[in-house]
Design a protein around this ligand. Structure first.
Ligand SMILES: [Ca+2]
Ligand SMILES: [Ca+2]
Length: 333
């Protein structure tokens, strides 16, 4: 997870930039450390049982370059899985746009919105705010691990960080365009994991419930790539990411403290569900949602509000075996 931070109007912090670097090279002091306090949130299920969710309250300590401004906004962001990205980058934008219904004209309670950046459909990031994989790569290189590129040629040191600016670095840029291309291409072609037990009875029952509950209204099973994909062997592919790539209002409980003109606070990109069931095997946990507050699929569903509330309520009122089947299906994707 990374922690983005900025002023209320979206401008970067004078002393700390756009993202907290909680680690640094030798002889440079890291900016700060993240601290998390958890508040219990009880949810009464339809069968009378209780689930205790955990709401995170984020803060920072060990600030190395002065106090944070009083209007600072903290935006924690869990790192996404990085397979299937070439398929998503080459998605048929017309298909996504056809699903958008920002003013809910068909009155089904679902009003997904397409995000555009410089005329290109946003597909990546928790807010669908990034259109091209390469843009995500160079932004992560400079902010997450401190590697400069032609796009971000300067070292990631603010004017308040003299030790950082004076430190030895690997050139400007440290990673040239050919290596950025190679890294981007590598990420584009990381393959999608196959499903593990698509024919199991529980998974089949869960699949039916996924439709019945309305999950598929946003977590759309199928997408397609365009005919003129780059490179061409990604063309005309059908793939099953379980997302519409639109942003949806998920309610106040998941609201982000960011300012609305940068990213709409309550809106989040429909998270792709493919590979979700493998997160525990890869990471040793299955912390879901943008700030990792949900421990597993059931908790993630129970955090859904806004457009996701009717589906969440169907899940809450379902009996235990139905809930288990739905979770089994999602974990099989
Ligand atoms: Ca920083
Ligand atoms: Ca609608």
């Amino acid at each position: 997870m990374v922690l983005r931070w900025h002023h209320a109007d979206g401008t970067p912090l004078h002393a700390y930039g756009r993202q907290m670097q909680d680690q640094a090279i030798a002889n440079v002091t890291p900016e700060a450390k993240l601290v998390v306090r958890w508040e219990p949130v009880e949810v009464r299920m339809g069968d009378g049982s209780t689930v205790v969710l955990k709401r995170p309250v984020f803060g920072v300590d060990r600030l190395a370059y002065g106090e944070l401004p009083s209007d600072v906004r903290l935006a924690p962001r869990v790192a996404p899985a990085v397979f299937g990205l070439g398929l998503i980058e080459n998605v048929d934008a017309a298909m996504v746009v056809a699903w958008a219904d920002p003013s809910d004209r068909n009155s089904d309670g679902i009003s997904g919105r397409a995000i555009w950046t410089n005329g290109n459909l946003g597909k990546f990031g928790w807010k669908s705010q990034v259109a091209a994989l390469r843009g995500q790569v160079v932004a992560a290189a400079i902010e997450d691990i401190g590697i400069s590129t032609d796009e971000f040629p300067r070292q990631n040191c603010t004017s308040a960080q003299a030790g950082c600016a004076a430190a030895t670095h690997g050139g400007e840029p440290e990673m040239g365009p050919r290596d950025v291309d190679r890294l981007t291409r590598y990420l584009a072609f990381l393959g999608v994991p196959p499903r593990r037990s698509p024919t199991s009875a529980a998974v089949a029952r869960g699949s039916a419930l996924f439709g019945d509950f309305g999950c598929a209204a946003c977590h759309r099973p199928m997408l397609r790539t365009v005919a003129d994909a780059q490179p061409d062997w990604l063309a005309n592919q059908t793939f099953f990411a379980y997302t519409d790539l639109l942003v949806h209002d998920l309610g106040a409980a998941l609201s982000d403290p960011q300012m609305s003109h940068i990213e709409y606070a309550r809106e989040w990109r429909t998270a792709p569900l493919w590979g979700l069931g493998l997160i525990r095997a890869v990471n040793g946990h299955q912390q879901l949602l943008h700030d990792g507050r949900a421990d597993g699929v059931a908790e993630a569903i129970l955090w859904h509000g806004g457009e996701g509330l009717p589906a969440r309520e169907k899940f809450r009122w379902a009996n235990q075996s139905e809930r288990d089947d739905l979770v089994a299906f999602v974990n099989d994707l």
